[in-house]
Design a protein around this ligand. Structure first.
Ligand SMILES: [Zn+2]
Ligand SMILES: [Zn+2]
Length: 83
């Protein structure tokens, strides 16, 4: 069985359940401040697009995902969630 580890991007972590037939590979985003994990490489790849633009600060409130150029703008925005 060939190993399928020849991705150009880093695979964050690979967990193999011993004794079980299921092999679960977790693709973890390696951006600073981001802890998103996906069980599918394509999903991680499409998520990574959000880091490649010029708005690196993403609101982590579920369902929001707004992005900002500066951390100050993000903090200001996140205060709105508290109201
Ligand atoms: Zn990410
Ligand atoms: Zn938000």
């Amino acid at each position: 069985m060939p190993r399928e580890n020849n991705f150009s991007l880093t695979i964050g972590e690979t967990s193999i359940k011993s004794g079980a037939t299921t092999v679960q590979t977790t693709f973890k985003c390696n951006e600073i401040g981001c802890s998103k994990k996906y069980n599918c490489y394509a999903k991680l790849k499409s998520h990574k697009v959000t880091h490649t633009n010029d708005k690196p600060f993403t609101c982590n409130v579920p369902g929001c995902n707004k992005r900002f150029k500066r951390s100050g703008e993000l903090i200001k925005h996140q205060l709105d969630h508290l109201n």
